[in-house]
Design a protein around this ligand. Structure first.
Ligand SMILES: [Mg+2]
Length: 236
């Protein structure tokens, strides 16, 4: 029987990555006078983001700084102040964009009667707090954790705080790397609901769902059915 459902935030409860896809496109426009190869630009941004991850962590602020750093590198230091200003503004737009829930999230999180719900999300602390507040979902979660990295340690710590054995937990997220792998390593059940975009830094050679033992769902609306199946299989 599943007692606790842990949800990821970005691209699981609310839309996020499409805003970054849009920011990449606007960044390419700013850099057009210096770089004409979009693929080269995308690869350069990813290299800088990965290089900075240990210093900046995930989130829109670190992303914006990495865009500025990429702009300086690829323009050979020629990027102008007003162009840096445009990059800063597209970063700020990411931070105060309205929160839009994904289809089915409001209904499903309000109807999981008898289950305890938790939220585990990563990124800029202030930005994540603001999105949770604006989502209107905050009071549905018994526990909300905002972490710098989702790994076995942070996931196990969350289960300890909830005082629940891992086999009674289902993690629901959009990233195999950040949501499924840590949950499975801790012994919890896991389901991935792929979002139409996945950030470059989240991409991995995805382990086979059968081998790693996780579920792939088409939408949030399939979560109640999966929970019913998991309840049944644990009592058989
Ligand atoms: Mg996510």
């Amino acid at each position: 029987v599943i007692d606790v459902v842990v949800f990821d935030g970005d691209d699981t409860l609310w839309h996020s990555e499409h805003l970054f896809v849009d920011a990449h496109a606007r960044f390419a426009d700013v850099l057009a006078p210096y770089v004409d190869d979009r693929d080269h630009l995308e690869r350069a941004v990813e290299v800088v983001e990965r290089r900075n991850l240990g210093l900046f962590g995930y989130g829109a602020k670190g992303f914006t700084l990495s865009l500025i750093e990429t702009a300086i590198e690829l323009s050979g230091g020629q990027i102008r102040g007003n162009e840096v200003q445009t990059i800063l503004e597209l970063g700020k737009a990411l931070l105060d964009h309205p929160v839009e829930l994904l289809d089915g999230v409001d209904e499903v999180t309000s109807t999981l009667a008898g289950r305890r719900l938790a939220l585990l999300t990563k990124g800029d602390l202030l930005h994540q707090e603001s999105k949770i507040a604006r989502s209107g979902l905050a009071e549905r979660f018994e526990r909300v954790e905002i972490v710098s990295e989702k790994d076995d340690t942070t996931f196990s710590r969350l289960l300890a705080a909830l005082a629940v054995p891992p086999e009674r937990v289902l993690m629901v997220g959009n990233s195999v790397r950040s949501d499924v792998v840590p949950a499975r390593a801790s012994g919890a059940h896991a389901a991935v609901i792929p979002y139409r975009y996945l950030a470059a830094i989240e991409r991995i050679d995805e382990p086979d769902p059968a081998t790693l033992g996780y579920h792939v769902l088409g939408s949030m609306r399939e979560v109640p059915g999966l929970l019913a199946d998991l309840d049944l299989s644990s009592t058989r």
